[in-house]
Design a binder for this molecule. Structure first.
Ligand SMILES: Nc1ncnc2c1ncn2[C@@H]1O[C@H](COP(=O)(O)OP(=O)(O)OP(=O)(O)O)[C@@H](O)[C@H]1O
Length: 590
């Protein structure tokens, strides 16, 4: 990866395209200036004048043929740099997307969750697109808009230095005015990009939270946030434009060809009147100075584009420099599938307090351990440390005696399956959504997994069966159905260890029965860690670990823990009361 930061460091992989495109566009700029000189010669010769340059006399035919040749060359050189830069831009886009996605795949999953989809989308799509546009459109312009003014000035100096002085004077006035017009550009741009990012976030929030929002109002509250960010954006743009309005208009006028041509005309007429200027020279200087001024506005545009693209390059590099999870390539052999937490402490980056404090417990192979505790006690954090969403702050998690940091990604994924509440289904067929757990599985294997996960009957009722599209994020399926599909994935993967969050959120009585059946099928003959919500389902498990405020406060079996009259018995009483309360209500209705 590039150690140096910045725009040029990030486009290094396509350096050859960049150099070639800039080189050709420099030649294009030079040939366009030469064609102006030749055009002046041809016009002058056609009017019966004489043309001499570096003691060489040109005939009309010679000048005309050279002009045709140079114009053709200039045309080709105007076209090819852009073709090359576009090819480079596509290559860069592919390289950056691959680099970003492969890097993000190795970054702690926790970072992805904390950063949020809005910010990542901006980098993966908008910033990469910005760099594509920079390479495709600005690179050819850079060569031409630098080479043309320099070649024009050189040509003016060679032909008649007095006109070079006039052109420089006009340019200096224009540049001074332009720099005044661009004052505070950087601060304004930072604010402008912040406004854009706010709009981005509020749009994503508006769309993603639509279901929640609609429950509380008609969407006006979150739409108001979107509207407010649009308003701020509009107000800032207005202020920015009005603060630079007059000076930018004046500099636009100065940078248009008219003032330079006027100045050259006035000075030229004066020199012709006192006999110190040939007509051909006058014509050539007029044409060249037009080209000179024409190249300056694109140069300003390019410099703006460079600043904007540098910000995008910086954001991309920030992601590419995120520390990655270090997986060991060479695996140590796992002796068994016991899971051990040894003095594990863990603190989320954005928090001061520890979410887990010195946790130690062991889960024996082929046994089930349930994690229970009040909300926020640390159960999900324990579960998410096993697939290394985050790495422990201190202590170690071991499988079969090997620290999970010393297990390769592939072995870890082939050893442990995770069934979490936030199921993700791709907008693909149900078959493919399940098959992703084991690409080598046959259709029969998939159907068997679905039967064990109690979802086969439902899938078969769908008009296209297994070929039905699950919808964006599984939108065409109910929560319980999605959950059973995730269970089918885990069954198909058939890993010796299963970590699962036994969610009840989506369960209506019928669904709940099927989910419980599916989970108990999944858990058969496995080493299981389950975040338990329905305490009745864990009455018979080998071990219950009770968490409170990030610490383990009790470990034991259901009956032992009840006798302790501690947190578990409190949780059990609460749970039983809630069940009774449910029955009581039903009784009332009767
Ligand atoms: N991504 C995160 N960033 C910062 N803090 C977090 C994050 N996730 C959880 N926490 C905090 O860590 C602590 C433990 O949370 P955790 O989700 O593990 O609890 P839990 O027992 O699973 O709760 P619940 O039963 O409600 O799901 C809580 O104080 C929570 O606020």
């Amino acid at each position: 990866m590039n150690k140096k930061k910045g725009l040029w460091a990030i486009i290094k992989p396509i350096n050859n395209y960049v150099k070639f495109s800039i080189g050709l566009s420099i030649l294009g700029g030079v040939t366009s200036v030469i064609s102006y000189v030749l055009l002046a010669f041809v016009l002058s010769l056609s009017l019966g004048g004489e043309v001499e340059l570096f003691s060489l006399k040109f005939s009309f035919n010679e000048a005309f043929i050279t002009l045709v040749f140079v114009v053709l060359l200039s045309f080709l050189l105007g076209y090819y740099p852009s073709t090359i830069s576009h090819l480079g831009a596509f290559k860069l886009e592919a390289i950056l997307r691959t680099q970003l996605t492969t890097h993000l795949a190795k970054v702690h999953l926790g970072y992805i969750i904390t950063t949020g989809t809005g910010a990542l989308k901006k980098v993966l799509l908008d910033d990469v697109k910005n760099l594509h546009a920079f390479v495709a459109d600005s690179i050819p312009m850079i060569g031409r808009s630098i080479a043309t003014p320099i070649a024009s000035l050189l040509a003016l100096i060679i032909i008649d230095y007095r006109f070079a002085i006039v052109a420089i004077c006009v340019l200096v006035v224009g540049i001074l005015l332009m720099s005044f017009a661009m004052k505070n550009t950087n601060e304004n741009r930072v604010k402008y990009e912040q406004n854009q990012s706010d709009i981005n976030k509020s749009v994503i929030e508006f769309v993603q939270a639509m279901m929640v929002v609609r429950t509380f109002d008609d969407g006006t509250t979150s739409f108001k946030r979107y509207n407010n960010s649009l308003d701020e954006y509009r107000i800032h743009l207005k202020e920015w434009f009005s603060s630079t309005k007059i000076s930018s208009k004046i500099s636009m006028i100065i940078f248009s060809p008219i003032p330079t041509i006027l100045a050259i005309c006035l000075v030229g007429i004066y020199f012709m009147a006192n006999g110190t200027l040939e007509f051909a020279t006058f014509l050539a200087t007029l044409l060249i100075s037009t080209g000179l001024v024409d190249a300056l506005l694109p140069l300003m545009w390019v410099s703006n584009f460079i600043k904007k693209s540098s910000a995008s390059a910086f954001r991309i590099q920030e992601i590419l420099e995120l520390p990655i999870l270090n997986y060991k390539e060479d695996d140590k052999k796992l002796e068994n599938f016991n899971i051990t937490f040894e003095n594990v402490s863990f603190k989320y980056e954005n928090r001061d307090d520890y979410a887990l404090k010195n946790i130690s417990f062991e889960v024996k192979e082929n046994s089930t351990t349930a994690l229970v505790g009040f909300s926020g006690a640390g159960k999900s954090t324990v579960a998410k440390l096993i697939p290394r969403f985050w790495d422990v702050s201190s202590g170690a998690i071991k499988i079969g005696g090997v620290d999970i940091k010393d297990i390769s990604n592939e072995t870890l994924m082939n050893t442990v399956s995770f069934v979490f509440q936030d199921t993700f289904l791709f907008n693909d067929t149900i078959l493919n959504n399940i098959k992703m757990a084991n690409p080598n599985a046959s259709k029969e294997d998939i159907i068997n997994a679905c039967k064990t996960a109690q979802i086969n009957d439902f899938i078969e009722t769908l008009p296209k069966g297994y070929e039905t599209i699950a919808g964006d994020r599984g939108a065409n399926l109910s929560g319980g159905q999605k959950q059973r599909i995730t269970i089918a994935r885990a069954i198909l993967r058939d890993t010796p260890i299963v970590v699962l969050d036994e969610a009840t959120a989506f369960a209506d009585p019928e669904n709940e029965e099927e989910i419980v059946k599916a989970l108990s099928n999944l858990m058969k003959n496995k080493t299981v860690i389950v975040i338990a919500h329905r305490l009745t389902t864990i009455k018979d498990v080998e071990q219950i670990v009770v968490f409170d405020n990030g610490k383990i406060i009790e470990i034991g079996k259901h009956d032992e823990l009840l006798k302790n009259f501690g947190v578990y018995s409190k949780l059990w009483n609460n749970y039983e009361n809630s069940q009774n309360w449910d029955l009581h209500i039903k009784g009332d209705v009767k």
